[in-house]
Ligand binder design. Sequence first.
Ligand code: AVI
Length: 315
Amino acid sequence: MAVHGRPTGPRSVSFLDDVLAGLEARPRAIPARWFYDREGSELFEAITQLPEYYPTRTETAILEHACDEMAELVGPGRAVVEFGAGSATKTRILLRCVRPAAYVPIDISGDFLREAAAALAAEFPDLSVVPFEADFMRPLTLPDAAMRAPKLGFFPGSTIGNLEPAGAVDLLRAMRGSLGEGAFLLIGADRVKDRDVLVRAYDDAQGVTAAFNMNLLARINRELDGDVSLDAFRHRAVWNEDAARIEMHLEAVRDAGFTVGGRRFFVAAGETIHTENSHKYTPESARLLLRAGGWEPVRAWEDARGWFSVILAEA
Ligand code: AVI
């Protein structure tokens, strides 16, 4: 399955443009949304099952535990609008509790969206499921069927953390605009915690996250007529304390010359290509971010270790 994250930032024209621009730039950086081809999406799904990758299971447990309280706070008859169409388990937990009038999953990948929506419609026969193929990084006009009910936006997974703070604020504001007056937003936010726990979550013992990161180079070779030697690079996950984020990089282990889309590049040993940011939040920084994005936090739930928060905010 696909979905989940697909961060980040203003969309440019194509994979080729982003890769060429990213390899030209200093520091070199390629947007994380290009991770999610079929292989990348499958690898991400495998990451969510890893013992070291606590966010998915922690957030799921929080939702299970707090869902009745969430339902009481938001009230019945809402349209649940999910940004990204397929945190399958989490969506089901929420829909069972909240009993909405409609469910509107928004995703840029139409095929995946329709599959996920059909499965949910079969499982919740009384629910009006209205899949909406769109790029939720841009302001949206929701389908008519969803416009009648007040909205509950759902943005789990701490996918917000894959955006730079300014981009995160823009997205939250766009969500506020799309969901309208009286809306709620239920959002997952991964917390700042012990550095080793964080680094292990992004550099697991089985090497699944390494494969996820390296798949970007493989994808460049597959789709952009590239000849990057994969063994010239290795996966790095680094905690950036100042920016409160895990950074993923592809580091050249030796001098690497290669061609992409007919252009020649040279990456010296030790140089990196920055491929992802995953920002982590304190309770205060999460509240500040939400307020900057036009949302007033109402209630936050966390697990016993304080590793992950699910926050309900109102427009
Ligand atoms: C999708 N996103 C929230 C994930 C994260 O944790 O930032 C992507 C990921 N990258 C490596 N592991 C997981």
